[in-house]
Write a protein of this length. Structure first.
Length: 117
């Protein structure tokens, strides 16, 4: 297959990329989630390579888990414990052999995502 998955994280409170944020990728088969990889964002808030390269791509259900709490604590943006956002799970499907881009726009009290290009 030629499809692949990329992601990046933007810190909307600071108006810049979110470096050093850990991201995990899981694939669901039936109802079982299997961890495929773990990466950390670079200075541009992106992973250095696709989080799911084309040689591992399969159509199906996936979940990205963004470890937002660790990033927010490290950047001095943490709210009182327990934090409102700690881990942000995004579960989504990929139904075509294509490039999927799933970014996260993050602040201490909210986030949004979309299918990008």
């Amino acid at each position: 297959m030629t499809g692949f998955l990329t992601t990046h994280v933007l810190d909307t409170a600071k108006g810049c990329p979110a470096p050093g944020l850990k991201i995990e990728l899981f694939r669901y088969k039936d109802v079982v989630a299997r961890k495929l990889c773990e990466m950390v964002t670079n200075a541009d808030g992106r992973t250095d390579s696709p989080i799911l390269p084309s040689d591992a791509f399969e159509i199906g259900q996936y979940m990205l888990v963004f470890h937002a709490g660790d990033y927010l604590r490290a950047t001095g943006q943490a709210a009182a414990e327990p934090m409102f956002l700690d881990q942000v799970p995004l579960r989504f499907g990929m139904s075509q052999d294509d490039h999927y881009h799933v970014p996260l726009l993050l602040s201490a009290h909210g986030y949004s995502t979309y299918r990008g290009s």
